[in-house]
Design a protein around this ligand. Sequence first.
Ligand SMILES: C[S@@+](CC[C@H](N)C(=O)[O-])C[C@H]1O[C@@H](n2cnc3c(N)ncnc32)[C@H](O)[C@@H]1O
Length: 266
Amino acid sequence: MEISRNPIWTLFLKSLVRALIGQENQRLYDTVDWRQACDRFQQADLIYPTYYSHQNFHGIEGGYLTSVAAVTYDAITALACPPSETWIRQQLINAIQGQPKRILDLGCGTGSTTLMLKQSLPAALVMGLDLSPYMLTMAEHKAQQVGLPIQWRHGLAEATGLEEGSFDLVTLSMVLHETPPSIAQLILAESFRLLQPGGQIIVLDGSQKILRHTDWLIKLFREPYSKVYAAESVDAWLTFAQFEAVHTRYIGWIHQISQGFKPDTP
Ligand SMILES: C[S@@+](CC[C@H](N)C(=O)[O-])C[C@H]1O[C@@H](n2cnc3c(N)ncnc32)[C@H](O)[C@@H]1O
């Protein structure tokens, strides 16, 4: 597995991730025909934006457009979610108001939050959308393992091509710190468009308050956009996107959850 030449990676994280990814993921990495698997998701007309395709996320050459990213992501994320990844994700689930019936998880990655959404609201139609067919391959594999029917879709979170007003809950779990702020704002505008009036958005991500003062953490996890993300405010972005009843609360050690609603009447 190719992980970029950085002393921290080489000496610590690389071996730790290798140890943590487990035999099942190592087997997947070795045995899956990744080209064929990705072709099933790949939208032929999609052009990858350079902010995405030209970045090495988490120090991985080629970023999310690689099988290495797909098989190592869960192990890296477990390290980045103190005190416990499941507890952090559960706070997003607990923040849901009412019983949404159509849920879209934008930037779903390997589907960890998407699976929890479907588990907690089994009657809902749940869709996970991501720009990486590799991550979607992993997400689909995880959903099949536990028998959860989830729709997986390849696409841009800022221009999904999905119908206006077709969801009553949009979630963004650890996505906005992975994009330039201008794209994060486009993603929130697209979320607003996709929600029906009265629909809700829940954004789980790194705490901007904490990340402003922990440059070492951003460097450790090799995050290209986290510094500019931390300098901004998800609250302000949500308000700018016209969401109402916007508020952010801090959870765990380094995370925050932001919420808002699309106004009931235009
Ligand atoms: C840090 S991962 C988060 C994955 C997942 N939501 C989770 O909670 O673990 C960020 C994900 O966002 C996806 N992503 C980044 N920019 C995107 C965009 N513009 N459109 C769709 N997905 C995007 C990446 O491919 C990656 O899978």
